[in-house]
Design a protein around this ligand. Structure first.
Ligand code: AMP
Ligand code: GLY
Length: 423
């Protein structure tokens, strides 16, 4: 089979690494890919939102399947684009149509979806510029802290946690006034939940689903999970506090009602669902849905999947996931993200990277890198994910952290404490 994978991050590197191991994979094209994905296939430099160029590649390269890594093309309707064009409508797209991607694309929609289907989540209410005064009054009596969320995609910046009423009211005015552009035309005001977060993933064909390994993502830039929020500084899978009892609650109260809810709402969903969860006491609540896998969670989740990934995707496309026996490694995968100095603020690009060949017990999943005249250079904030799969958690964490130290570039930074809080 000829496969086209869309994206350029560490998540797509992990997918490409795994897809290239499949005997079903004759040709793998990654668009646009990064400085490392060329090891697993062929990079083609087209933007994931340029659907016309993607169509041309699908036709010229005889692509048999398209796998969408990131949310933007999904929310923009890439799956619908394929279905609407008879020259490519036969090519399965792994990733939901617009009607399903809205679970991630609109927080207002996802909150109403959860309320409608009895899925545990923080209580909330939505406001628009027309109901600003009601929103300000709602905040006046809302317990603190309070969470404000821009409805649409805001590149991970649309969530504010306010500790004072006046601050929340000012932020609401700014958000409804256009601070996040169209993404903030509706704002969800939400109860603050206190607990520990984890990510749970399923792959669904709309009828059946398989539950993938869960993972924990470390979002903040600084040691001890302090400082600014990032795209993710590391991850670990499995998650020690996600006990079988807890995961059984997640399945009964969250996963099943979500898949059933999609069916009841006539949303035909093909692809991943990422449940961003928070464990409050022993109870799971949904913080958010995403219509894709997580990054850097994928870098820890994919190495634990023992099945052939192409077979999993074929079963998804053919609505045969009920026939799949998912086999998950008992080992622990730990991922440490190496980032450019200054990230998540301003940072420099184009720094030569060395030492990748010196890794002892890990894989390097490239993220923000590019290959220029045979030199790997930095090309983004999150540069390379270092993943180690080991028999026990301590060894995995230690190996990934030690191997992250073997890579060099000017200004490199990584957290040396990823996962050690869970030991
Ligand atoms: P989101 O973009 O919805 O994932 O939110 C970003 C981050 O904000 C989450 O990962 C949480 O750390 C935090 N957050 C969002 N909603 C809540 C909530 N209701 N209570 C506490 N923290 C939250
Ligand atoms: N690691 C969080 C995300 O992918 O959204």
């Amino acid at each position: 089979m000829n496969i086209l994978l869309l994206g350029s991050g560490g998540r797509e590197s992990a997918f490409a690494w795994k897809l290239s191991q499949s005997s079903h994979c004759d040709k793998l094209i990654i668009a646009p890919g990064n400085g490392g994905t060329g090891t697993y296939g062929t990079n083609i430099n087209i933007n994931v939102n340029d659907f016309d160029s993607i169509k041309k590649i699908v036709l010229s390269e005889n692509i048999d399947m398209v796998i969408v890594g990131s949310e933007e093309p999904l929310v923009n309707g890439i799956h619908d684009f394929f279905l609407a064009d008879s020259s490519i409508s036969h090519v399965p797209v792994i990733g939901p149509k617009k009607e399903g991607a809205i679970l991630e694309g609109s927080k207002d929609f996802s909150k109403k979806f959860m309320e409608r289907h009895g899925i545990p989540t923080a209580s909330s209410k939505s406001f628009t510029p027309d109901t600003l005064e009601d929103g300000l009054a709602y905040l006046q009596t809302h317990p603190l802290p309070v969470v404000l969320k821009a409805d649409g995609l805001a590149a991970g910046k649309g969530v504010l946690i306010c500790t004072e009423t006046i601050e929340a009211q000012e932020e609401l005015k700014l958000m409804l006034g256009g601070k996040f552009g169209a993404a903030g035309a509706t704002v969800v005001i939400e109860e603050f939940l206190s607990g520990i977060e984890l990510s749970v993933f399923i792959l669904t064909d709309g009828e059946n689903y398989v539950t993938l390994p869960s993972a924990k993502d470390y979002k903040r830039i600084g040691l001890g999970d302090t400082g600014l929020n990032t795209g993710g500084m590391g991850s670990i899978s499995p998650v020690p506090f996600a006990t079988p009892e807890f995961l059984a609650k997640v399945e009964e109260r969250i996963i099943k009602p979500t898949v059933d809810g999609l069916k009841k709402d006539n949303i035909d969903y093909t692809g991943f669902i990422f449940f961003g969860l928070i464990k409050v006491g022993e109870e799971p609540y949904v913080i958010e849905y995403n219509a894709r896998m997580g990054d850097p969670e994928t870098e820890s989740v994919v190495p634990r999947i023992e099945n052939d990934l192409v077979e999993l995707f074929l079963a998804t496309a053919n609505k045969q996931l009920n026939q799949v026996n998912l086999v998950i490694s008992e080992q622990t995968a730990a991922t440490v993200m190496i980032v450019a100095g200054g990230y998540p603020g301003e940072y420099l690009k184009g720094k030569a990277i060395s030492g990748i060949e010196n890794l002892r017990h890990s894989n390097a999943f490239h993220a923000g890198t590019l290959l220029e005249n045979d030199v790997v250079k930095t090309n983004g904030g999150r540069v390379i994910a270092i993943t180690s799969l080991q028999d026990d958690m301590f060894t995995a964490l230690q190996s990934a952290t030690a191997d992250a130290g073997r890579i060099y570039f000017d200004g490199k930074y990584f957290r040396e404490d990823i996962g050690f809080d869970l030991i």
